[in-house]
Design a protein around this ligand. Structure first.
Ligand code: UGA
Length: 455
């Protein structure tokens, strides 16, 4: 063990920790995944990934079978095994809706530290408010004896759901916040599998070695930038709507400028998921605490623009269905609306803060008879919104519908035949909440097509 091929543990086998544990075993490391959730550990040990992520199941089975990867609920075993311990537990939004709740970070670090009996490095990966790494270091000092020489480092991750395996095996950068040469060298060894893979493919993975605060900030700054980019184009969509422009063409045109770039300029019903919405709120709260609230005031606007897109779909629905806009919003009583999509993006079963599901809820509130279909997200969606009706297929959801709303850009919806669907709906009205359909093909099949930010 030691610096040559350190043994790795990942504490918290949720989306982040499980993905990392599996991928680092694939890179050749000996790995333990630890979690307090018995069911989760049993599933993973059996070779079942408890969430949807393309390619991960196969890697899990292969590496559990090879013996390089195992999962446990024993913190003693975890503490004893690892040279490098990655903290991957959740940092949910606090109940006041703003800051991050660090109770799981505190619990996992404390339990680990108390059980360490040899030198090790504890590396934070969870998304946290700046300053957390220093606090973790004090926690570790409190619960380990000084002779052990346990150290702390920070290394944020940037994985995107749906691309997580690629993002972990082939990251576009690695950022480490370290204080000593010892921890820097050990963390380098813990990432060496990634560098080796890159060199066999003639690539290089840039590394930024920095201080704790910068490492923590990189993560939230990146997500704040991405959220801002999306809200920027959605703000342009709002302007296009009143000016008669087409935001999809506008995005294409500005995206050709390499300084702007064409990615993350997809106007639609906005961003959701477990990261961007909560991260921009937590970042604002933290900046406020530190006395730099003004610097991030624009993130409040980013949030508002994002939420206004949901209301826009509701208003478009009322307009298309010829309904009155009352003071409490439109009245859609009796209208049958098919909502296609529940997850926050395609190729995921994650419905956290999903715009699609939020809009489905709003349509239901407005009195519509809402039928939701999603290729992967129904089980999670039903738990979050038991009041909605879920259908098992696209056809069942749109049958007899007065209006079809496409709110997550699954390939199944993009590739659907508008003529075939036209034959089974009540009215040929479609709102393309992701600007993902071929507008002319739908129009040609007799549909009244409305995109967001388009004439
Ligand atoms: C995001 C970041 O992209 C990752 O880099 C980061 O590591 C991760 O959060 C995290 O903090 O863990 P993710 O939440 O998986 O990843 O989703 P994204 O692909 O970023 O999409 C977020 C939302 O933005 C989705 O609802 C998507 O539909 C929306 N979006 C994205 C748009 O509305 N328009 C776009 O052009 C792009």
């Amino acid at each position: 063990s030691g610096a040559a091929r350190p043994r790795l543990t990942f504490l918290g086998c949720g989306y982040l920790g499980a993905t990392y544990a599996i991928c680092y075993a694939e890179l050749g490391y000996e790995v333990i995944g630890y979690d307090v959730d018995v069911a989760k550990i049993e599933n993973l040990s059996r070779g079942e990934v408890p969430f949807h992520e393309p390619g991960l199941d196969e890697l899990l089975r292969r590496n559990v079978a090879s013996g390089r990867l195992r999962f446990t609920t024993s913190i003693e075993e975890t503490a004893d095994f690892g040279d490098v311990h990655f903290i991957c537990v959740g940092t949910p939004q606090r109940s006041d809706g703003m800051g991050a709740d660090l109770r799981y970070v505190e619990a996992s670090v404390t339990d680990l530290a108390k059980n360490l009996s040899r030198r090790a490095l504890i590396v934070g990966k969870s998304t946290v408010p700046v300053g957390t790494a220093e606090w973790v270091e004090r926690l570790v000092e409190k619960h380990t004896s000084e002779e052990l020489g346990v150290e702390v480092a920070w290394s944020p991750e940037f994985l995107q759901e749906g691309f997580a395996v690629e993002d972990v095996l082939r990251p576009n950068r690695i950022v480490v916040g370290v204080k000593t040469e010892w921890s820097n060298a050990l963390l380098y060894a813990a990432h060496k599998g990634v560098f080796d893979l890159a060199s066999t493919e003639d690539r290089e993975v840039p590394v930024v070695v920095t201080d704790f605060a910068t490492a923590e900030l990189v993560k939230v700054a990146a997500n704040a930038f991405l959220a801002t980019k999306i809200s920027f184009i959605n703000a342009m969509a709002e302007v296009c709507e009143v000016a008669g422009g087409d935001v999809t063409q506008l995005a294409k045109a500005i995206g050709y400028d390499p300084r702007i770039g064409n990615r993350f300029l997809q106007a639609g019903v906005g961003f959701g998921g477990g990261c961007l919405p909560k991260d921009i709120r937590a970042f604002q709260a933290r900046a406020q605490e530190l006395g730099a609230g003004e610097a991030l005031r624009f993130l409040h606007e980013v949030d508002l623009i994002n939420l206004r897109r949901r209301a826009r779909v509701l208003h478009l629905a009322a307009e298309l269905l010829d309904r009155r806009q009352g003071p409490a919003g439109p009245d859609l009583a009796g209208a049958r609306v098919a909502v296609l999509g529940a997850t926050f993006k395609p190729n995921s079963d994650d419905v956290r803060d999903a715009p699609a599901l939020a809009v489905a809820g709003m349509l239901h509130e407005a009195g519509a008879d809402v039928r939701v279909y999603d290729p992967q997200g129904i089980d999670n969606a039903r738990k979050a919104h038991p009041e909605l009706t879920f259908e098992k297929s696209l056809q069942e959801a749109v049958a007899e519908a007065d209006l079809v709303c496409v709110l997550t850009e699954w390939a199944e919806f993009r590739n659907a035949d508008p003529a075939a669907l036209a034959a089974i709906v009540g009215k040929r009205l479609v709102i393309d909440g992701r600007n993902c359909l071929d507008a002319s093909a739908w129009s040609a099949a007799g549909w009244t097509y409305r995109g967001l930010g388009r004439p």
